[in-house]
Design a protein around this ligand. Structure first.
Ligand code: FE2
Length: 303
């Protein structure tokens, strides 16, 4: 799930206006919004076909094979808590486990939802998960997040207490950013952490971002290719940084721990937004003089 949305949304109530994604305003969002309640959640569909369950399993198993040495340990440890990969899980069963671990739950949504609805769910420790699955011909890439991206990519880290708190704080911050006209800066924080974040570990760089972890090709690229820049996490720097939505990222930001991420983003962002507005934006892929960057080790022969 992603918050990069524009919307016509007032007073926390779904007025029946379909949400629209940034840069894609001429294309209606995919999903049946007639199913949505006022908060944009819906009941998880119960009529998945056996072909859809099989597609989920193929997606799951392809990604699971790539995780070793590339995904962070917290993600790998929690993956089994999604349930057997043989079928699309029932969200209420995943929620039972999540509630016990961190007090989070997942809720079904028909697709992308407006920013404020998204932020408000996160602030209540409810993560919106799209309930439809991509078509077989979209096996390698789907434009809008589907149930595989949202579940496989996002939900395992909600079992981590610190990351779970970060996500709730993000939601609360988002509700405030809407009032401060700072949604773009905050969307960049989400993009470069929740979707495309890397973490530095004693074993090397690892992915924790859902956009990477659910991608067939970007997981390997993000931690092994010498092409992209990998820059030490810096909140203001990150909020000045544009990003690419149509290709692998030209740069990633690297945290040292989830605690660092939580601590850096805990204070009130009002002065941060002000400072960011006084500075130039930075193109994706740019490394500024003196920045802390991370190199990747050369892949071993045969590896
Ligand atoms: Fe996402």
């Amino acid at each position: 799930m992603s918050p990069v949305l524009q919307f016509d949304f007032h007073d926390g109530v779904n007025k029946g206006v379909s949400p629209v994604t940034y840069g894609q305003g001429d294309r209606p969002p995919r999903g049946d919004y007639a199913r949505a309640h006022v908060d944009y959640t819906c009941d998880q569909q119960s009529d998945y076909t056996s072909a859809e369950h099989a597609l989920y399993q193929r997606l799951f198993e392809r990604q699971a094979r790539q995780l070793d040495g590339r995904a962070c340990d917290e993600f790998v440890r929690a993956l089994a808590l999604l349930g057997e990969p043989t079928h699309i899980p029932r969200f209420d069963q995943v929620s039972q486990r999540l509630r016990r671990a961190t007090g989070w739950e997942i809720v079904a949504v028909p697709g992308l939802i407006p920013e404020e609805a998204f932020f408000s769910l996160l602030a209540e420790r409810r993560f919106p998960v799209t309930d439809w699955i991509r078509k077989p011909e979209e096996f390698d890439y789907v434009v809008e997040p589907d149930v595989f991206h949202d579940l496989f990519g996002h939900v395992p880290l909600l079992f981590d207490p610190v990351f779970a708190d970060y996500m709730q704080a993000y939601g609360a911050g988002g509700m405030k950013a809407s009032r401060l006209d700072a949604c773009e800066q905050l969307a960049r924080l989400y993009w470069y952490t929740v979707e495309f974040g890397l973490i530095n570990t004693p074993q090397g760089l690892r992915a924790y971002g859902a956009g990477i972890l659910s991608s067939a090709g970007e997981l390997r690229y993000s931690v092994e290719s010498p092409a992209p820049a990998r820059i030490g996490f810096d909140l203001q720097r990150l909020m000045r940084s544009r990003y690419k939505i149509d290709d692998y990222q030209a740069n990633y930001f690297v945290i040292d721990s989830f605690q660092q991420l939580f601590d850096a983003t805990a204070p009130d962002f009002t002065p941060v937004y002000e400072a960011v507005r006084q500075q130039l934006e930075i193109d994706a892929g740019t490394v500024l003089p003196g920045e802390r960057t991370f190199a990747v080790s050369a892949p071993s022969i045969g590896g």
